[in-house]
Design a protein around this ligand. Structure first.
Ligand SMILES: [Zn+2]
Length: 113
């Protein structure tokens, strides 16, 4: 599995990923957080791989929606564009993050090899 990412590219912007411990979780009652104005994504480092995969994509989606200027109420069509166009752009621009994410998914599957 690739190393967890410390930076990701969202369109023209580079976001720093801050890996957080239990103190941050307890204080903020969050597992992840995206702060587009500071180009920061914060993630709990204690999550199981399957939950980590979900929370990571959740925060990436927030960053993509901000980049694609989907503020406040987002229509189903805008949401589909963020998912389709935005996530495709994200994976093309962040191959190492894609490898790491794929490892999370692979370790979470119940498929027998
Ligand atoms: Zn959220």
């Amino acid at each position: 599995m690739s190393n967890r990412p410390d930076r990701v590219k969202i369109g023209p912007l580079v976001y720093t990923i801050e890996w957080k411990g239990q103190d941050w979780e307890d204080t903020n009652r969050l597992l992840g957080q995206c702060v587009p104005s500071f180009q920061v994504i914060r993630l709990s480092e204690r999550l199981q791989p399957d939950r980590m995969a979900c929370v990571f994509i959740h925060e990436i989606y927030h960053a993509l929606a901000d980049h694609m200027q989907c503020f406040n109420k987002i229509t189903p069509e805008q949401s589909a564009s963020v998912a389709g166009d935005g996530m495709t752009m994200f994976w093309i621009d962040n191959p190492d993050a894609f490898d790491w994410y794929s490892g999370l998914i692979e370790s979470s599957t119940t498929k027998r090899y």
